[in-house]
Design a protein around this ligand. Sequence first.
Ligand code: UDX
Length: 437
Amino acid sequence: MKIAVAGTGYVGLVTGVCLASKGHDVTCVDVDEHKVKMMQEGVSPIYEPGLSELMKENMERLTFTTDYKNAYKDAEVIFIGVGTPEKSDGSANLTFVNQVAKQIAQSVERDCVVVVKSTVPIGTNDKLEQYIHDKQVHDVKVYVASNPEFLAQGTAVKDTLHASRIIIGSDEPAAIEALQKVYRDFPAPKLVVNRKSAEMIKYASNDFLALKISYINEIANLCETVGADIEEVTAGMGFDRRIGDSFLRAGIGYGGSCFPKDTKALSWLASFNDNEIRTVKAAIEVNDNQKFKLLKKARKYYDDFLDLNVAVLGCTFKPGTDDLREAPSLVNVPFLLEEGANIKLWDPVGTNNFKRQVPSLKIRYCETIEETLENCDICFIFTEWEDVKNFNVEKYSSLMKNPVVLDGRNCYSLKQFDGTDIIYDSIGRPVVNLNKS
Ligand code: UDX
C-alpha cells in the first residue's frame, strides 16, 4: 500500500520503517531538513535497537521528505505520529497534530484514511475528522481512525513488529478494511473498537502501568518500615496470574516521555469533564515523592551535603536509551549541587544530554564506574545499566572513601554485600551493614 507517515520520532520513524519491512511503500515526512537528509542517507536520527539495520534493508521502499504535499496527495493511508507534549497545565499540546491535519486537508487528492498514532485526548479523532472535512481542498473522502501505539523505548522495533495487540478505532468499514490491510502481515491480535475507546485504551493502559509502579513503590516503602523485602513480596505476588509478574519493579519512580505526560493528561481530562480520577492523581503524587527517596536516605548518613563527594551511576530514565525526560537524576543531581556536593557522574550514553540539561562546572563526567567511585563518600544509582548490575560490588569498598551505596533500582541482591563493609541501602529492602555507619 502507499503510506505516508507524519513525524519521524520514536513513533513515526519506527512505524514507517516497520511498515516498509512488510512490503508497503512508505514516505516519511518531517519538518526538520537536517533529520530528513540524514534519513535519506540511511542514517537513523534516533537510537533504537534494530532500527538502523531494518531501515537500511528497506531503503528501496522508504522515502524521506519535507514535502508533505507530495507525500499526502495520493497516499492511501496517512499515519500521524508527531509528538503531543505536556502543556503547563498538564493537558496535551495538540499543536503538531493540528498542524499535520491542516497540511493533510490542503494536500489530499484521493480517498484516504488518516490514522492517529499519537497519544491524544479522547474525542480528538472526531474533531480532526471534522476539521479535515471542513478544510479539505479536494472533494475526496477522508476518514480518521485511531490506532494507538504501545511501543517502549529500547524495544520499539520489537514492540511494533510483535505487538501485544493492534487497536483499530473506527466505525467506518472502509477505514477498518484499510487498516486490516496495512497490518495483514503483523501477527498481533487485532481489536476493532470505536474511536473514543481506542483513544481511551492508550491512556488507560499507560496510566494503569504507572499506577502499578507507584503502588509497588508504596508497598516497598512500607516494606522498609516493617522489615519485609519487596523483592520477595513481588516474587510472591507475581505467581497470581491476575496480578502478573511484570512491571512490579520497585525503584525511585518512573520517568520517560509517556507515563508522566499521560497520567497528567488523563487527570486533566477527567477534571475538565467534572470527574476526578483519584487513583491516577495518587500515582502522580507518589511518583513525585519517590524521586526524592534516595536523598532522604542520604540524610541518614550525612547531615549535610556540603563538599560531600558523590558518585552518580546512571542518569537516563531507564537503561537502553539516552533519553533523560523526567529522569529522577534531573531532580536529584541539581539538589545535591545546590547543597554544595561535588558530583562525579557516569552513564554510558546519557552524559551529553545531561550536560545540556544540567550545566554545572561542579559535575565531573567519568569514563568508567571505577573512576566515578574513587574517593567518594556516597554513591547514588539512578539507572540499572547492565554495567552497574555486573559490577563487582567489592570494588565499592576498595575505591570509595566511605562505601555507602544508595541503589534506586535494586541492581544487586542483598547477599552480595554480606561480609563487606559496604552500607547498601536499596528500595523496599533491609539495609545491609547499617550498624557499620
Ligand atoms: C512506556 C510503555 O511501556 C509503553 O507501552 C508506552 O507506549 C510508552 O510508555 P517507556 O516510557 O519507553 O514505555 O518505558 P518503560 O519501559 O515502560 O518504563 C517507563 C518507566 O517506568 C522507567 O522510568 C522505568 O524505570 C520505570 N519502571 C518500569 C519501573 O520503575 N518499574 C517497573 O516495573 C517498570
